[in-house]
Design a protein around this ligand. Structure first.
Ligand SMILES: Nc1ncnc2c1ncn2[C@@H]1O[C@H](COP(=O)(O)OP(=O)(O)OP(=O)(O)O)[C@@H](O)[C@H]1O
Ligand SMILES: [Mg+2]
Length: 256
């Protein structure tokens, strides 16, 4: 459902942040991208929904190349791609339910979005989503009064408001304590298993990747150096992914 082919990106026209990155993400699976700081993980994630423009390659989302879409097509495609951020990206003075309702913005005309004209049905959906992430009782709390773990769950509910086919998560647990980490990761895994959503997560925590991922992609220096089922992520493979100057050790073409 998502296939990235030969993606390349340079921010300054000289140093390559991504060189020839290819991988696929499958429906109903948790795919985790790991790799050292500066390897290119965020660049990959933000290229998928074209928050940054890459230089070369193909990003096939449901067989459509995201790179070839015009503005309105891109807006529609982005509605099916949820995004979760390390710093939550919530509007802090607004309530949890208002933030979740903002997940609809991409599907509304600008006018409706600006004036927050949400239907009762949308409000019911937003409440149900907050219930799904265990926050029904916090629906009318201002987000600035929520804990980090609660904020991240609001972020997930907001992403779900778009009925996404895929959710992209850039270090969603980096600011969370161990208990909230488990709560958030459990929710993300449930979305893959029970709702068939593809979940693609950038992580620094290898132990969490091992526990939650179906599929692991290792990135080093803008290149894919590991692409396999999680069972294949041996200690030696992890060392390889994180070592300086890592290169792909073998063919990265897998039949999943
Ligand atoms: N806006 C930018 N302008 C210039 N260079 C950038 C920009 N964003 C990222 N880079 C460079 O691109 C490379 C990849 O960065 P990226 O943020 O994708 O790495 P990352 O794997 O997400 O790292 P981290 O684990 O620290 O978040 C790095 O060398 C970084 O310095
Ligand atoms: Mg990053």
């Amino acid at each position: 459902m998502l296939t990235v082919n030969h993606l390349a990106k340079s921010y300054d026209g000289e140093k390559k942040s991504l060189t020839d990155v290819s991988f696929s993400v499958h429906p109903g699976e948790v795919t985790v991208i790991i790799g050292p700081s500066g390897a290119g993980k965020t660049t990959i994630l933000r290229s998928i929904n074209q928050l940054i423009r890459d230089d070369d390659g193909e990003i096939l989302f449901d067989d459509t190349d995201m790179r070839q879409l015009n503005r309105s097509q891109l807006r529609r495609a982005r509605c099916r791609i949820g995004m979760i951020f390390q710093n939550y990206n919530l509007i802090e003075p607004l309530t949890a339910i208002e933030n979740v309702l903002h997940g609809c913005l991409g599907t509304k005309s600008n006018l409706a979005g600006i004036f927050s004209l949400y239907s009762n049905r949308e409000k019911e959906t937003a409440l149900k989503l907050l219930e799904k992430v265990g926050l029904k009782d916090f629906a009318y709390q201002q987000c600035r009064n929520l804990s980090g773990g609660q904020k991240q769950r609001v972020g997930i509910a907001r992403a779900l408001m778009q009925h996404p086919k895929i959710i992209l998560c850039d270090e969603p647990i980096a600011s969370l304590d161990p208990k909230s980490t488990i709560t958030v990761m459990d929710i993300l895994r449930d979305l893959a298993i029970n709702d068939g959503i593809s979940v693609l997560i950038n992580l620094h925590q290898v132990d969490i990747a091992r526990e939650y991922a179906d599929h692991v992609i290792g990135i080093n220096n803008g290149q894919v150096v590991f692409d396999d089922r999680t069972q294949a992520l041996s200690d030696a493979a992890i060392t390889g992914i994180y070592q300086k100057g890592a290169v792909p050790e073998r063919s990265l073409v897998h039949e999943f």
